[in-house]
Design a protein around this ligand. Structure first.
Ligand code: PMP
Length: 473
């Protein structure tokens, strides 16, 4: 069971909750419901742990929001940012100016980026977030084709249940119906195909066969639109917000082959997968493809300060630089010196502690084994992991294969019940429908993975008790 909460610190939780609901509009939140409940107030973090204003210690199974890769409490990141803020907190990189941390970070990222032959990632465009990175990609891809003499190549193909951000272009690239429904999205020139979700669409075939089938939807869409109109394909190596959807190993190489065949730019959205989440610096390295452009954010600073960007391969960079003249795009905070200082120190930590290698060789395999053992639980239909990203499905009845499990009535929102038990018992796990997902800090140890999985197991028991009590199972 859970150890007793530590002594509450001096926060007036109720007063904070009242001020919160009076003034703070949260992302993706039903505010009337939140007002009834009151927001949880998080006041401190250390390693993989958080503390709320009531003194409760919580395992952060989501690394903040897939971003605190180095873990909380890294004084050296705070020191680096402090020193940079005293030296030069901000300066812009418009008007033929630059700054030292941005230059150093751009060069460091060019060295860390996946090997890409003649299409090497030698250039970086900095943004303030992942959404801005994907907006930049839309503009950069269209500019590229303009410069390449094929301006009719406008359409960017993405996938249903993808997440690429919340700005107009990001939400349009994403494949979330709930987002599209609010405000007339997607914007013109963005089209979607099905996702490579074996549990959803792979009945009656092997994973390998399904991967080829799902990649084939891209070719069908290209032919439907006319290859001469298609600019790019974008995807997350492993879909994160969509529920940790891990594609079959045949999927990405086939997507690459199709993009090459029709001369279409390939974009990897590495906002979650980048900086070690899957046990490689970038997810495309694990999945076996070499994109033209990479979106990154989150793990680049471990979320300590907002920063995002686009790694630009040689094919696009050459056109932009040698032929392009002005690229009329950029942000006040492109190359923010304090954010870049945070990134430099964060990456130093990831390297010095070999955190990415540890995900590949130690913590990732350990999480995989522990999640495999959860499948014995009566509520768990199947469980998958990739590096330090994992998901398990809560089901009404188990089946011999993932396709034979019987789901709960979605109106019962069993995932949300389970998430509440997790919160109440000191572990943060996210619910995507009835799929429960984790993505802890990369600094997590195998002992801490055991602690996290034991809590998950306990909360699955509580959920089972509740679901049986309600007669849903
Ligand atoms: N792309 C992916 C794959 C993401 O997961 C996210 C955020 N969860 C974004 C883009 C958007 O990033 P941000 O919230 O920093 O704008």
């Amino acid at each position: 069971r859970i150890s007793a909460p530590e002594a509450p610190e001096s926060f007036d939780t109720q007063a904070l909750q009242q001020l919160d609901s009076a003034h703070f509009l949260h992302p993706f939140t039903d505010h009337a419901a939140l007002r009834e409940r009151g927001a949880r107030v998080i006041v401190r973090g250390d390693g993989i742990y958080l503390w709320d204003s009531e003194g409760k210690k919580i395992i952060d199974g989501m690394a903040g929001l897939w971003c605190v890769n180095a873990g909380y409490g890294r004084a050296s990141i705070a020191d680096a940012v402090h020193a940079q803020m005293l030296q030069l907190p901000f300066y812009n990189s418009f008007f033929n100016t630059t700054n030292v941390p941005a230059v150093k970070l751009a060069a460091l990222l060019a060295g860390l980026a996946p090997q890409n032959g003649p299409n090497a990632f030698q250039h970086v465009f900095f943004t303030g977030s992942g959404s801005e990175a994907n907006d930049t990609i839309v503009r950069m891809v269209r500019r590229y084709w303009q410069l390449a003499g094929q301006p009719e190549r406008q359409v960017i193909i993405s996938r249903r249940n993808a997440y690429h951000g919340s700005t107009l272009a990001g939400a349009s690239l994403g494949g979330m119906p709930g987002m599209h429904a609010q405000g007339g999205l997607p914007i013109p020139g963005i089209d979607h195909i099905g996702q490579p979700n074996y549990a959803e669409g792979g009945r009656g075939m092997s994973e390998a066969q399904f991967g080829l089938l799902a990649a084939g939807w891209l070719e069908a869409k290209i032919l439907e639109l006319g290859p001469e109109n298609v600019a790019a394909f974008i995807g997350e190596p492993v879909q994160g917000a969509g529920g940790v959807i891990i594609p079959p190993s045949t999927y990405w190489p086939e997507v690459q082959r199709i993009c090459d065949k029709y001369d279409i730019l390939l974009v990897s959205d590495e906002v979650i997968c980048g900086f070690g989440r899957l046990g490689t610096w970038f997810g495309c390295e694990l999945m076996g493809f070499t994109p033209d452009l990479i979106a990154f954010a989150k793990g680049v600073t471990s979320g300590y300060v907002p920063l995002g960007g686009v790694l630009v391969g040689g094919r696009v960079a050459h056109q932009l630089i040698e032929k392009g003249g002005d690229f009329n795009h950029g942000f006040t905070y492109s190359g923010h010196p304090s954010a870049c200082a945070a990134a430099l120190e964060n990456i130093r930590i990831l390297q010095a502690e070999r955190l990415v290698e540890r995900v590949a060789l130690e913590t990732g395999p350990h999480l995989k084994a522990r999640f495999a053992s959860l499948v014995a639980h009566p509520l768990v239909g199947h469980a998958e992991t990739c590096g330090l990203a994992a998901g398990l499905n809560l089901v009404r009845r188990k089946g011999a294969t993932v396709h034979d499990c019987e789901p709960f009535d979605s109106a019962h929102a069993v995932g949300m019940l389970c998430r509440k038990h997790m919160f109440d018992n000191g572990v943060i796990m996210r619910a995507v429908g009835d799929r429960m997902i984790v993505a802890p800090p990369l600094s997590i140890t195998t002992t801490q993975i055991d602690e996290m999985v034991e809590r998950i197991q306990y909360c699955l028991d509580l959920t089972l008790e509740e679901v049986v009590g309600k007669g849903w199972m």
